[in-house]
Design a protein around this ligand. Sequence first.
Ligand code: ADP
Ligand code: MG
Length: 228
Amino acid sequence: MNKGLFITATGTDVGKTFVTALIVKKLRDHGIHAGYYKAALSGAQKTGKSLVPGDAKYVCDISGIKDDPQNLVSFIYETAVSPHLAAKIENHPVDKSIILRDFDRLKFKYEYICVEGSGGIICPLRIDTQTIMLTDIIKMLQLDIIIIASSCLGTINETVLTVEYAKKLGINIKGIILNSFNKENFLHVDNKKQIESLTGVSVIGCVAQHACDLDMDLTILTDIFKEV
Ligand SMILES: Nc1ncnc2c1ncn2[C@@H]1O[C@H](COP(=O)(O)OP(=O)(O)O)[C@@H](O)[C@H]1O
Ligand SMILES: [Mg+2]
């Protein structure tokens, strides 16, 4: 039985890749064949003739996935802008059927597949003759989400907005993970409490600055994945 989970965040650079790497590592450390997939990545590094998808490479390096990172991302853009704009500049539009094909290949290859989003929950992947939003991909892949959020000032607003938007679209939220959390910081501790009470969604994990492992019960972690 193969399982999947979509990892989104309250914005770009909040820690999706960092936390996803720890999730995949934890599963693999417990003998679960876990993998990674990302539909569209912009800002890839050019090495010789090939574009290296940095997020996929980071997750592979931390977690021990043996796949070539290029096989784990469907649309790789060099331009470091929103995927819809990079796609337009590079004349390489996102195609839902390719995403579905690549996801299907990887979900059968790996027991647990972590799918990282691009940006936050509202992220256009294509705006030309058709509009494809990140949320269309979440729905097409029939995945539940977790939301990576900051622990700092401003996170209540960002996290509640993200939760409300996902709920409005009928996307199921399995939990929130607070990143760069310091349990000695009264603001971080209060943010966790207020986010849970305002959203009704549990904070299922807190990741410290420079954490090397995910401090979460394995059963809680595996329970947030759903059959794919
Ligand atoms: N808990 C953390 N401790 C230290 N560095 C972090 C942590 N979370 C994120 N970072 C760093 O912050 C930057 C943005 O994180 P990243 O995971 O790439 O964000 P996203 O995937 O959401 O765009 C990266 O350089 C990453 O290494
Ligand atoms: Mg990332």
